[in-house]
Design a binder for this molecule. Structure first.
Ligand code: AMP
Length: 283
């Protein structure tokens, strides 16, 4: 495994593998088993002859809240160990100064899928995501990239970006990786108080019950209300949103025959957790 800290180092490391399959997994570091699963999938997809690139970059441009950025965990040594264990070939670990010119003046805004869910409560977040992922795509020029469905809206927006800008890269969505108690793994989980860590699996339990109820014919509003009730019962939890939307366009469901998505964001103290589940009507 080799590590690049500058764009020139990255280009030099990738020069010999141009023309082969190159699979990129972008991350913000503080890697856990969720990231490791994506990295192992990347290794399997690239095969022995291909190249797996992981980026570890805490992208300041996608944070709408300075406190959230400052509190975000950073564990570069462990990240490198995990990348090595998962068979990564090249790790790209730039600083913000390496990544961005001080007078950068181009923005990249998706204007339909970004207006709802996390986009509604985190202004500028997805423009920052699109900008950094676009830059990573241009720097690495991968054939494939893998993103987790934990950030379902992010994946949907990046699929739209690839489609609308004709970016010649195949995107793959990876299933959500959970702890044994059902909590979706997240770099932010380490910041939960013990009481909130113990209560956080309620999110997944409530989503699973809601998925079963929706499959059996429950109304969308009742399904969302049940999830809200479960979460508001926890001390110190403030719901950002609980919404049931069309799984592709992320707006209100107009055709119940199509796949839907039940998505949640909630503050456990000052830690914002997100989770979701894909839904279908059985009836
Ligand atoms: P992050 O470092 O949070 O930006 O995440 C990097 C990538 O890992 C994103 O594509 C995430 O969706 C994905 N990811 C993070 N946590 C999980 C998880 N628990 N399950 C699946 N994918 C995840």
């Amino acid at each position: 495994m080799q590590t690049a800290c500058t764009k020139d180092e990255l280009r030099a490391l990738l020069a010999p593998v141009r023309g082969k399959k190159i699979v990129l997994v972008p991350t913000m570091g503080a890697l856990h088993e969720g990231h490791a699963t994506l990295l192992r999938q990347a290794r399997a997809l690239a095969g022995d002859s291909g190249c797996v690139v992981a980026s570890v970059f805490l992208n300041p441009v996608q944070f709408d809240n300075a406190g959230d950025l400052a509190a975000y965990p950073q564990t570069p040594e462990t990240d490198l160990l995990i990348c090595r264990e998962c068979g990564v070939d090249v790790v790209f670990m730039p600083t913000p100064d390496v990544m961005y010119c001080g007078d950068r003046s181009i923005t990249l805004e998706e204007t339909h899928l970004s207006t709802v869910l996390c986009g509604a409560s985190r202004p500028g977040h997805f423009a920052g995501v699109c900008l950094v992922v676009n830059k990573l795509f241009n720097l690495v020029q991968p054939t494939d990239a893998i993103f987790g469905k934990k950030d379902y809206q992010q994946l949907a927006i990046l699929r739209r970006m690839v489609r609308d800008l004709d970016i010649p890269i195949t995107l793959h969505g990876a299933e959500i990786v959970r702890g044994e108690d059902g909590l979706a793994l997240s770099s932010r989980n380490v910041r939960l108080t013990p009481a909130h860590r113990a209560a956080a699996p309620t999110i997944h339990r409530a989503l699973s019950a809601a998925a079963a109820a929706y499959a059996a014919g429950a109304a969308a509003a009742d399904v969302c209300a049940a999830v809200r009730r479960e979460l508001t019962a926890i001390d110190g939890v403030k719901i950002d949103y609980v919404e049931l939307v069309d799984a592709e366009n992320l707006h209100a469901v107009t055709d119940e025959a199509r796949p839907a998505l039940l998505a949640v964001a909630a503050f456990f103290g000052d830690v914002r957790l997100i989770d979701n589940t894909e839904l279908r009507r059985n009836v």
